[in-house]
Write a protein of this length. Structure first.
Lengths: 179, 100
């Protein structure tokens, strides 16, 4: 099975599984940029038009801090961000990694329980409105918690079929428990 | 499962996010050409096999991605402390107090 053709990055959301417990949706493609920089970040803040989140896990306007010198920027206009940062004097790396990952949205009353299937973190301890890299059944994923019952995970293309399958069977299992 | 404190993320997280990366505080010689074969062998291959406190490197692979150092008791598997790479070696006697 070709992972890329089985998970085309479409423009329309596609529901993978929908149960009373949780709904898993593949959400439309957005541009993703990986930013690496150290030192005084003020010039980058000015170029981007907002302050980059400084603490790991912090999210500002779709930009998450994943490491001490690493950010992932979700945007609808990658070219504008690239142009804005091109003039910044601070040495940095800004790479378009849009094609790298598939995003699944996990929403429902038992969404956090579904994530415990593969994620060793204490999901309930993750504050709303934060993002971090973690592991889901052996796969590195970026886990965004938007609200108490809505999460997004970014999964590398080639791992997406495996993760999608696990999420779908887990969602049906949780729904069966409730019935 | 071990819980490990990542000094970059400032969170105590499950071991499954981390990978072990060997003994810590091994300094590459500034001038490798000046080293004898024995010194080079020592640098490349000779490692401690500590029973008790061991200084070691870990990497928060499924997280911030950074390497950091840790002191772990190899008998009890208890992490005495973790600290960022480049920081001085913590004093063992103060770490061992009350942990024995």
């Amino acid at each position: 099975m070709n992972a890329l053709t089985s998970f085309p990055q479409g423009q329309e959301p596609e529901t993978l599984v929908s149960t009373a417990a949780v709904t898993v949706t593949q959400v439309p493609h957005r541009a993703r940029l990986s930013l690496r920089a150290r030192g005084d970040l003020a010039p980058l803040d000015r170029a981007l038009g907002f302050a980059l989140p400084r603490g790991i896990g912090g999210v500002t306007l779709g930009t998450a801090c994943l490491g001490p010198d690493e950010w992932i920027i979700l945007t609808d206009d990658a070219a504008a961000v690239m142009t804005a940062c091109a003039e910044v004097s601070l040495p940095h790396s800004l790479v378009d990694v849009s094609g790298r990952e598939i995003t699944f949205e996990i929403e429902g009353p038992r969404a956090s329980e579904l994530l415990t299937l593969g994620c060793p973190r204490d999901i309930d301890a993750i504050p709303d409105g934060t993002a971090r890299r973690t592991v889901f059944d052996g796969v590195t994923v970026t886990l965004w918690r938007d609200t108490a019952e809505r999460f997004r995970i970014d999964v590398w293309n080639s791992f997406a079929p495996h993760v999608a399958h696990l999420l779908a069977s887990g969602a049906r299992e949780l729904a069966a428990e409730m019935a | 499962m071990l819980l490990i404190h990542c000094p970059h993320c400032q969170e105590t997280l499950p071991e499954a996010e981390f990978t072990y990366a060997g003994q810590a505080h091994i300094v590459r010689p500034a001038d490798p050409m000046s080293q004898t074969d024995e010194q080079w062998e020592e640098f490349l291959f000779i490692r401690q096999n500590a029973k008790g406190a061991h200084y070691e490197r870990w990497r928060h692979l499924h997280g911030c991605g950074r390497f950091f150092n840790a002191v772990r008791d190899t008998v009890s598997d208890r992490f005495l402390t973790t600290y960022v790479s480049g920081a001085p070696r913590p004093d063992l006697s103060s770490l061992m107090e009350g942990k024995a």
